[in-house]
Design a protein around this ligand. Structure first.
Ligand SMILES: *Cc1c(COP(=O)(O)O)cnc(C)c1O
Length: 376
């Protein structure tokens, strides 16, 4: 039986909630289901403002507009990340100054950031890789010292913490994803989080096509119109209905994923001890939300061989992220600096199947197949 890399998990209430949304007679955005998602999330994580979007990519684009990113502004971000982390800023004309990653976590190496700051730097965009926190105290201190904004790309980081603080609550702004490869899903979906009071009002306007429609519906203004630039970043009630069903099961989902993660870790430990691979590292200050289970291999050939070996057993493991400074689009725009850790991860990191409905027996089989590959 095939073990896919990912499989969306139906928690139970999704279909009922979609039906309810139809019966309520409103499927466009910001209805009851969206409000319930906003309430649940802000109460649970203490965000100043949470606004559902149609993707994390959209939320990041909203961040770039909120920060007034202009052509020539510089934004510091890791190279080892998903394209949306930086594409949102490139769309506004920013120049991306890529920072190298830390080999233990795959996160931006906070000690490499300060040397990259110039008079044109506007923002730092740390990505909590695999849902494990970046060193946020160090990053926030640098930002404060140089008067920069911090946008957390928390796409993978729902329900994960840094020194007890929820990820997404630390930077001025944050963006989450509910894409169906993430822990909590709505197919496509995302969320903009605003922690800095100065951005709250404008965030609502940008999300609603540059209009003050949200304030109008709250009765704060007696007519609504075009007051700023913006786009259509709000999801339909169908998406919010699915998301609410998922959010209500957050604890159950996270507990199960953590069990699976621990099982992988325990079963693969002997292979790490023999020097065949490296397992993920969770720093003291971070929690593990079990978004991903990855292993790091010694070189590209070993990784390709292992992928093929697993594939022959119908197990689908995938690698991801080709360093963005070496991407087809950005290579010619990059300033030429070497980013060795990003390149190393590009060639050696492998993600194993990870989803709620994965069974203990399947993980045993996957780990046994990995052992076979090395012992043969
Ligand atoms: C998934 C992901 C995104 C994009 O999320 P979408 O909701 O698909 O737009 C952005 N950044 C990172 C780090 C991601 O993992």
């Amino acid at each position: 039986m095939t073990i896919p890399f990912n499989k969306p998990h139906l928690t139970g209430k999704e279909i009922d909630y979609i039906r309810e949304a139809f019966l309520a007679g409103k499927l466009s955005g910001d209805g009851e289901f969206t409000k319930r998602c906003h309430k649940l999330i802000t109460e649970k994580y203490g965000f100043r403002k949470a606004l559902l979007t149609t993707s994390c990519t959209d939320a990041l684009e909203a961040c770039a507009i909120l920060l007034n990113i202009q052509p020539g502004d510089e934004v510091i971000a890791p190279s080892y990340t998903f394209v949306s982390t930086v594409n949102a800023f490139v769309l506004r004309g920013a120049k991306i100054v890529f920072a190298d990653s830390d080999s233990l976590t795959g996160n931006i190496d906070a000690t490499k950031i300060e040397a990259l700051i110039t008079s044109r730097t506007k923002a730092i965009v740390p990505v909590h890789y695999a849902g494990v926190a970046c060193d946020m105290d160090a990053i926030m201190q640098i930002a404060e010292k140089h008067n920069l904004f911090v946008v957390e790309d928390a796409a993978q980081a729902i329900d994960s913490y840094y020194k007890g603080k929820p990820l997404g609550s630390i930077g001025h702004l944050a963006a989450f994803s509910f894409h169906d490869t993430k822990n909590i899903i709505s197919g496509e979906g995302g969320m903009l989080v605003v922690n800095d009071e100065r951005f709250v009002k404008r965030a609502e306007i940008i999300r609603e096509k540059g209009t003050n429609r949200s304030a109008f519906f709250r009765g704060e203004v007696d007519k609504y119109g075009w007051v700023d630039v913006g786009s259509s970043f709000l999801p339909s009630e169908i998406i919010a209905a699915v998301l609410l069903a998922q959010l209500e099961q957050t604890e159950k989902i996270q507990n199960k994923r953590k069990q699976l993660w621990e099982q992988y870790f325990e079963l693969l430990k002997p292979l790490e001890q023999k020097g065949f691979l490296k397992l993920p590292h969770i720093p003291e200050y971070a929690t593990n939300n079990a978004h991903m289970f990855y292993i790091v291999l010694s070189d590209l050939n070993t990784r390709s061989g292992l992928i093929a070996h697993l594939k022959s057993k119908d197990i689908h493991a995938v690698f991801h992220y080709i360093s963005l400074h070496k991407s087809v689009y950005y290579e010619k725009l990059h300033d030429g600096r070497d980013l060795p850790v990003a390149d190393e991860l590009t060639n050696t990191l492998l993600r194993l199947p990870m989803y709620y409905d994965l069974t203990k027996e399947q993980i045993e089989l996957i780990c046994k197949s990995i052992s076979e590959f090395f012992e043969k």
